[in-house]
Design a protein around this ligand. Structure first.
Ligand code: SAM
Length: 334
């Protein structure tokens, strides 16, 4: 024993104290490992951002779930996605199960293949741009609107039975009870809503019911059709369209409806003697009584009605007035 204490800059290779030279040596990485380091740092940064917002351990699963959901939306198999990205399908499967994360250099390719932004892939889009308070309401366990189809679905089935696989669009489909019902009964269903949480539940309902529905997230106010449908269905959601957009949106749906196609729609209408708390919430614009019918002057109105009914949504009893319309597109005689 010499009795001389090691200075902190001299000792110990196997412990905390490395000599200054050794530290420098360790810090100077070979040139070829710099790109790798950059990637790792980017990854770390993304991880930190995400962890900061969502709280650590859920990260792998959340990204994996998103890849899974977006891949399904694009109707791609794991093998097809793997081929687009030039990786093995086992890699895709591992990402989706939360067993590994895609390399950061893969993110632009992945976003491109899944037709989304990198933000959306990382789960930021819905959080940054919350469109509807249903995003919170759908968080609760179970199905906020239940899983039984609306009575309007049965009317659609009577008017347009699915003898051939008719193309049906469910506008603002919520948690998917109507879309899934239609798909189970042989319609080719496309459905969208603004609430990501509702759509996740809708997808689970479809999976459980072995129903094939093309669900996607969109804002009713921005989204326009560019392909044709035989039936356009919308229940309980048209009052999210501000007055100035109504004609344009309905005309877009009408133009993209096949000849003899059906629109089955309902909308909450204003009645001065029926004002409720929920009417005052931002982003809700009840229509004028009869307004919905006025956009269908050149269609055959099969049925239209206005009804006042009791409602318990939100936990307190109140009443609404609703206009309902079933109209068929007529082609002009030649
Ligand atoms: C009363 S719920 C009706 C849901 C479904 N149609 C049903 O019958 O169960 C209204 C739905 O409109 C959706 N919504 C609200 N604003 C929207 C918007 N700007 N774009 C798309 N969907 C919207 C909500 O997320 C919610 O699912």
């Amino acid at each position: 024993m010499t009795g001389k204490k090691p200075s902190s800059s001299e000792k110990k290779e196997d412990g905390f104290f490395l000599s200054l030279e050794k530290r420098r040596e360790n810090f100077l990485l070979p040139v070829e490992s710099i790109p790798e380091l950059k990637k790792q740092m980017m990854f770390l940064l993304l991880t930190l951002c995400y962890t900061d917002r969502k709280g650590g351990s859920a990260m792998n699963n959340r990204i994996g779930e998103r890849i899974h959901a977006l891949r399904k939306e694009q109707r791609l198999t794991q093998e097809e996605l793997a081929e687009l990205l030039q990786v093995s399908f086992q890699a895709v499967s591992k990402w989706e199960n939360g067993n590994s994360l895609p390399d950061v250099s893969m993110l632009p390719l992945l976003a491109n293949a899944l037709h989304c932004s990198i933000d959306q892939l990382m789960g930021y889009a819905a959080e940054q741009k919350r469109i509807t308070d249903y995003e919170e309401r759908y968080q609760e366990e179970g199905y906020y609107w239940g899983v039984q189809p609306s009575h309007m679905c049965y009317e659609v089935m009577k008017l347009r039975p699915p003898q051939t696989p008719l193309r049906l669009l469910d506008v603002a489909c919520g948690e998917g009870k109507n879309a899934v019902f239609f798909a189970r009964n042989g319609y080719r269903v496309t459905a969208f809503d603004a609430a990501r949480v509702g759509l996740d539940k809708a997808k689970r309902l479809a999976e459980k019911s072995r129903a094939d529905v093309n669900f996607f997230q969109a804002d009713l106010r921005d989204f326009r059709l560019d392909s044709e449908f035989d039936i356009v269905f919308c229940s309980g959601s048209l009052h999210y369209i501000p007055e100035k957009l109504r004609r344009e949106i309905l005309e877009n749906y009408q133009e993209h409806t096949a000849d003899s196609g059906l629109h089955a729609l309902n909308v909450f209408v204003r009645k001065p003697f029926l004002v409720t708390e929920s009417d005052k919430r931002e982003g809700r614009y009840k229509w004028i009584s009869g307004e919905l019918f006025s956009y269908y002057a050149d269609w055959l109105i099969v049925h239209c009605e206005e009804k006042i009914f009791d409602c318990m949504s939100g936990g307190s009893p109140h009443r609404h007035c609703m206009d309902t319309l079933y109209a068929v597109k007529q082609t002009a005689p030649v």
